[in-house]
Every structure is written in C-alpha cells, then in structure tokens.
Design a protein around this ligand. Sequence first.
Ligand SMILES: Cc1ncc(COP(=O)(O)O)c(C=O)c1O
Length: 351
Amino acid sequence: MAFSDGQADFRSDTVTRPTAAMRAAMASADVGDDVYGEDPTVNALEERVAGLLGVEAALYVTSGMMGNQIAINLLTRPGDEILCVETAHVRNHENGAASANSGVAFRTVTTSGGQISPETIARLTAESGYHLPSITLLSWENTHNYSGGTVVPFDVLVAGSEAARSHGMRVHLDGARLWNAAIASGVDLAQWTGITDSVQVCFSKGLGAPVGSAVCGSKDFVEAARAVRHRLGGAMRQVGVLAAAVDVALDEWERIDGDHTLARELAVGLAERFPLSVNPSPETNMVLLHEQGCSVPLKTIETALGEAGVRVGFISPTMLRFCTHRDVNSDDVRRVLGVVDMLVADLPTNR
Ligand SMILES: Cc1ncc(COP(=O)(O)O)c(C=O)c1O
C-alpha cells in the first residue's frame, strides 16, 4: 500500500514507516539507561536476536554501517586488507569508514552475485607476502545488494569461509538482508551465522523497523563491540523506545516472503514489456531494469513514474532498481506497469 500521500516508493526497502503496532510498542516501552546496561527492552531484544541467529550475543547498534564498522575494527589491524567483492557495501557505500576508522584497505574481486571462490581466496592470499598487506578478513554480503538482492548460496559461503580460515583470515557477514537470504534459500538464519566470526543484521530494511541493526558473535566479541560502539559515539540511553519497534518487526519477519512474491510479480510484468532488460525471476525483493536492450530510456521511465507518484532509484547510470517492501503492494505494481505501457505505446515504431 502506498504512503498516505499516495506516493509508492520503490527506491529502497529502507523507506518503510513504522506500523501502528510498532508506534504503540514504542510509546509504552519499558526503558532504562542502556549505557549502564539497564534498558530492559534493549536487553530483551539483544537476547532474542542472539537466539534467533544462533549466536552467543548480539548488540543493538544505530545502523548497518555501524555494525559493519565495529566488526571491521575488531577483526582487523591497521594496515590489513579486507577481501570482498568489488561492489560490496562495506567498500563502496560507507564513506571510507573502514580506512578512516580502522586503517584498513580493500582487496576486491570482480564477480557476479557477491560470490568468492576458495580458489580466488587461495590465489590472493598466496600473492600476499612480506611487502604486501595481509588480507585478514573476508567480508560477505548476503543478500548482495548491487547484484539485485541475489543470495550467495550457502555452500559457496561455507566453502569460501573455510578457505579463508585455512589462510588465517576471519570472516564477517554483512547480513543487512540476511532475513531475505534465509527466506529465499530455506537455510535457517542460525546456519549462516554458524560459519562466521561476526554478522551484522539490519532491522530497518525488509523488517520495516525505523532504526537499528545488531552486530553479533561470541560473548567476548560483543563485549569488545560494546566498547567500540561507545568510541564511535553510538552508545545510546533510553533506546528501548527504538528496540520496542524492532521487537514488533521480529514477530513477523517472515512476512518478507510476500516482498519476494511482489518482486516476482513486478519482474514478470516488466520482462513482458522489456524482455532483454529484466530478469523475470528475482531471488528476493529487488528488480533491476537495465538500460541495455530497453526500448525506453531509463531516465524517461524514471521521470514518467515520478509524475505518476512512483519513486524508483538509479543504482548506477545504467540500472534502475525497484525494491519491494511492506509499504508497496500489487496496486502499486500495476501502477508501474500502467505507466510503462503508456511509454511503450508512445514508441515511434508502434505509431
Ligand atoms: C548491504 C548493505 N549493508 C549495509 C548497509 C548499511 O545499513 P545502514 O543504512 O543502516 O547503515 C546497507 C544499507 O543500505 C546495505 O544495503
């Protein structure tokens, strides 16, 4: 369902607004000073998240980026390199935080779908030597945003993680959308986290909570993470008012399956109109429309949709992304397809 102003916003799954139930929970949340560890709502949430993810402990943090940056800070040393795919969020979209805060650089791999093979890990670590930086952390992103919410398959993640460990590396998982990966793959949340040293999960994306993420791992890791969070200015006080909304979101996290169904509905519709430019079977909640092979320029599509009250976003100059989430529905998908139909009907070849 579009927002109350009639806008349907497909730019990201971060645009959702808290539900009435979340707002009610926020209003009545039992709170305390979380810096003293005395906010009961936060404490309960961290315990719940740890249980759900099958890890020893979890820490509520302000954002996905803070969760990633805390993990990087704890699992590397200045001068190290992090191995990740070229299009990883930690490398491209965190304002250079890993370099600025932790003094590390990135060794990147160009692959599709966020996957890194054991062979690549072996080759790159063999190239590391006396004069070269040490690659000490492998960072996965699942689902992989830039590829259109694709799932890094479980066996790929296990094989890569084991290879990384055999070369002395630690393993972090940017699971901003691990919820989507778990639902799409049928592989339990706890299985994904079982092979990593740290995982970051976002509550403010498909789950629809207004604020926050958790960074998770062993008890020792989370104790150290608490100190780094403080150092980064991320220690909050009566933050149970936010955690309460997350608690409501977690009651129904599996509803994101519906976002995946909606994404397929949209992708099939777009692929009927632009068969060369859209994958009709997206794996999760993102649909990419590519400029190549598209009979209407993407800019024209974006503008026409905007005039019809539909917002979409470019994730590169040649790629429009449609993201489904709890605040869009089938009516909004029909609105998109209706606009596209008008543009296609206007093409000179059809006159
Ligand atoms: C894959 C991925 N990781 C991390 C983040 C950072 O999350 P936040 O915006 O909460 O800092 C995002 C945000 O879009 C993301 O897509």
